[in-house]
Design a protein around this ligand. Sequence first.
Ligand code: OOG
Ligand code: NI
Length: 469
Amino acid sequence: MAFNETWQLRARFAKSLSDMYGEEVPAYTTLVEVSEEVNKRYMEKMGASAERLGSIERVTAERHGAIRVGSPREMGQVAQVFAAFGMYPVGFYDLREAAKSSVPVVSTAFRPTDKQELAKNPFRVFTSMLATDDPRFFSDDLQKGLHEFIDSRTIFGGELLEMAAKAQEQGGLDDVDADKFIELATAAFKLNDEPIDDEWYRELEAISAVASDIGGVRYTHINHLTPRVLDIDDLYSSMESRGITMIDEIQGPPAWKGPDILLRQTSFRALDEERIFRFADGSVGPGALRVRFGEVEQRGIALSPKGRELYDALIAETDKRLQAGEAPTRVEVARKVWEENLPDSEQGLREQGLAYFTYAVAPGATVEPGTYKVEELIAEGIVIAEPIVYEDFLPRSAAGIFQSNLKEAGTRDNEQQGTDYDIETMSKIVGREIKEPFELYRAQEEASLEELATNLKITIQPTAAVAQA
Ligand code: OOG
Ligand code: NI
C-alpha cells in the first residue's frame, strides 16, 4: 500500500478542490485555461528567465483559496485540517481596518513554510473569521443571534478531524486513508444546497455581504480559488477579449520596467448565483446571492521591512497624487511613483536592503579565504543571487478584492469601539503560533548566507536585508 506524504496530500487536496470548484463555477475553468495560455506565451517569450520566481511546474499547479469561518472553534478546527496538509498560519490581516466598506473579518493564511515544501506544492488558503463580537458591525442582539447560529452548526466533522490528527502525527496517510481524508476535506468546502433562511440572511446582508456569507448559512464553501500567472496584464486583456468583465484595475504594484515585487491581483466580478431560500411565509424557492468571484495573481519578490515601508509610502504617495489629479488612473500614477523611488534592478533592491534573496556558489567557483561582501562575490561571478518569492497577501489588495465585489457598502457604526485583534490574539484563536512573514523570508536568506560561507570557507558580511532589526 502506497504512503502519501504530507506534500502529496496537499497537492491532492488542491487538485480536488480545484476540480470541485470548476464544477461549481464554470468561469473558473475558463480562467485556468486562459492562465495556462498566458504562462505558455510568457515562457516562449522569456525563455529560462521566466522561471526566476518559480518553476513552470510549480506555477502551473499553484493556487490559493479563500475560505471564511464564523468562530474561534471553527478557526481552530480548520487549522487542524490544514496542518495535516503541512499548511501553517502565517501573517495577520485586519480587513476591518483596510477596507472602506463594511468587511467585518480578521484573517490569516495557511501555507507551507519551508522552501522545499513550497517548491513541491505551494497551496495556501486565505482564511477569514467573522468578527462577531465587534460592536461597530453587530448589535448585542445580533451578536447573540450569530453566536447561537454559528455554535449550533458543524462544518468540520469528527471523522475529518480525527483523520487530520492522524495524518499530522504520521506525516502522511496510506492510500486508503488518504482517499477518504481528501474526500472529507474537500466536502467540507463544498457549496451546500440546504435552504437558506431568507430573513436571517438578508438581515446580515444589510450589514455586510461578507457577514451573511459566513453567518447566514449552515456551511462554509470555497469563496474563490486563484491561479497564478506570469503576466497578469496579458491575462487581464485576454479575459476581457473573451467577454469577461474584470474589475477596474489590477490591485497592488503597477506594471513597470523594474523587478516585480510582492503581489499583483485582479478579479472578475461576483456572479449572481441562484440558491434555495426558505422565506418568511414558510415557502421554499430560488433566490439570488452574489458572493463568489474569480481572481488571478502574479507573484513578485518578497520585501524586507524597509522595503515594505517604502512600498506603503509609495502607495500613499500614489493616492495623494491621484487625488491631486496628476494622471487619470491609479496605475499610471503608481508607475511614475515607482520609477522615481524604487531601484529598477534586483541589484538595486539588494544593495538598499529592500528585498530578500538566497545566494548560491556559481558552478565550480572558488575564492581565497577572507571576509567578503556578497555583492562583490556576485560582481566577480562567484555567487549567484536568486530572489525569494512573496508567498503571502496584501491587506489593502485583499480589502480591494472583497470590496469591489460587494454590491453595497454595508453599514458600520464608527462611534463604537472596535474589538482588538492582533497576531497574538489571533494565534490563540487558531491554536498555533502565527508566523510573521518577514521572519520566514529573513531566516531563509540568513540560512543561505551561512551555507554559502561554509561552502566557500570564507566569512560573509550580513546583507543589508538581513542586518535589519
Ligand atoms: C478573501 C479575500 C482576500 C486575496 O487574495 O487577497 C484574498 C475572501 O474574499 O474571503 O483572497
Ligand atoms: Ni484571493
